[in-house]
Design a protein around this ligand. Structure first.
Ligand SMILES: [Zn+2]
Length: 427
């Protein structure tokens, strides 16, 4: 019998790409989905696994991940980052270009794709909008596209010059390349380290005013309307940005958006403990923002949930005011979403899989996000009601910088398969 073949019985199968939410079994032959649903004829020699009590879904597709490779591999590398993805139910990640060197050349795209052949998840590089992410010269989008870049972004920074961003969008519209934007005004942000508000004033630390994110989100929407480019707004954190997106969608402007679990589960109140593992950019906001993000995730104004997985070393994260921004998320995102969205009845599991797998694959035109016949058997099995405590020291990621440390979450990833091969098993 071929490798990577398996019959998994007694599952509850959720696959929004084919409107499936029913009990059944999955047959994987030679790494591909060969049957789904009712049991049928079985080729000889295929091993059987009993999935009793588990749900199966297409592997999660995380369109915002920092793998830190090349150049910053003390924080993370392609192997550890994709192991973390697999442990979180992920089978595809898009990796951001703020590496060393920046992903702004065909050579660096090729390096990532080559190294990712041995990784635990599929890796889709996002190339930089500007060379070196310095905001001066546009990258060679056609060459990057040809090399395998899935989208472009200067994530970690905004493209400050609106005319340059408009030009980038015009070129990317012609190539069908999505443009992902980190919406921030560096002049408004100044030296801010957390949300500008009651807590930053109480702690006496410089704040990051929400108008930074709101204003650039509005700018990107205006530029999307002007150019017709497929513009994607990264890590939405404010109620103002949600309002602009709601309006943009009502006007059929080609813009999509993501948020991350911390923005709908946590607020700036957490910063009172002066823990740098609760600092990211954009920062945790106020309760009214959290509620606006929840509503937007529920009604689809925010299309997808990503992690903005941003590992840093413990040394870097040791000082509350001096640490770099960013938190890890790959190993907690699914359970955080079950806990924050499904348990309270905001979303069904089906709708959650849609937002974490089906839609992200669709809007970035990636091959994953489906268990259709013939598709690569990229899937994960999970125990929807199992509760567990977040212990960062057990992460596969080199980054332990999570704001969820010590929290009890519901929803446990048990097995992850990539092309029918077992890449993660809960022990
Ligand atoms: Zn960003």
């Amino acid at each position: 019998m071929e490798n990577n073949s398996l019959r998994i019985t007694n599952l509850h199968i959720i696959d929004p790409s084919q409107h499936l939410d029913e009990d059944g079994e999955i047959l994987i032959l030679d790494g591909k989905i060969a049957r789904i649903g009712e049991p049928g004829e079985l080729p000889e020699g295929v091993p059987v696994m009993d999935g009793m009590g588990l749900c199966a879904a297409p592997g999660l597709v995380d369109i915002h991940v920092h793998l830190r490779d090349p150049g910053l591999t003390y924080k993370e590398d392609i192997f550890t980052g994709t192991k973390a993805a697999a442990a979180g139910g992920g089978t595809s990640v898009m990796c951001m270009p703020n590496t060393k060197p920046v992903i702004d050349s065909a050579e660096t795209v090729a390096y990532i794709l080559e190294k990712a052949k041995g990784a635990s998840a599929r890796v889709y590089p996002v190339a930089a909008i500007t060379q070196g992410m310095t905001g001066q010269q546009l990258s060679d989008f056609a060459a990057l596209r040809a090399a395998g870049a899935a989208a472009v972004s200067d994530d970690g920074r905004p493209v400050e010059n609106a005319a340059l961003m408009k030009k980038a969008m015009e070129l990317c519209a012609g190539l069908g390349l999505p443009v992902a934007s980190h919406c921030e005004d560096l002049h408004i942000i100044g030296k801010g380290i957390m949300n500008e508000g009651a807590v930053s004033r109480k702690l006496g630390v410089p704040g990051m005013d929400r108008s930074s994110e709101d204003s650039v989100t509005a700018r990107e929407i205006a530029l999307a309307a002007a150019t017709g480019a497929r513009v994607h707004i990264c890590h939405v954190s404010t109620r103002g940005a949600v309002a602009f997106l709601r309006d943009a969608k009502a006007r059929n402007i080609p813009v999509t958006a993501e948020t991350a679990p911390h923005y709908f589960m946590l607020t700036e109140q957490l910063l009172k403990k002066r823990d740098a593992n609760c600092r990211m950019n954009p920062p945790l906001r106020e309760e009214a923002d959290r509620l606006a993000i929840l509503e937007a995730v529920r009604d689809g104004v925010i299309d997808v949930i990503a992690t903005d997985h941003a590992p840093h070393s413990p040394e870097e994260k040791s000082g509350f005011e001096t640490a770099p921004n960013g938190v890890v998320g790959l190993e907690t995102s699914f359970a955080a979403c079950v806990t924050g969205l499904v348990e309270p009845g905001m979303l069904t599991l089906y709708e959650l899989i849609e937002r974490m797998s089906t839609k992200p694959a669709e809007l970035m035109k990636l091959p994953g996000g489906t268990l259709k016949l013939g598709a690569a058997a990229d899937l994960f099995l999970f125990a929807p009601d199992e509760r567990w405590v977040v212990e960062p020291e057990k992460f596969f990621s080199k980054g332990k910088n999570t704001p969820f440390a010590g929290m009890t979450l519901t929803g446990r990833v048990k097995y992850t398969f990539l092309g029918g091969k077992l890449v993660y098993q809960d022990k």
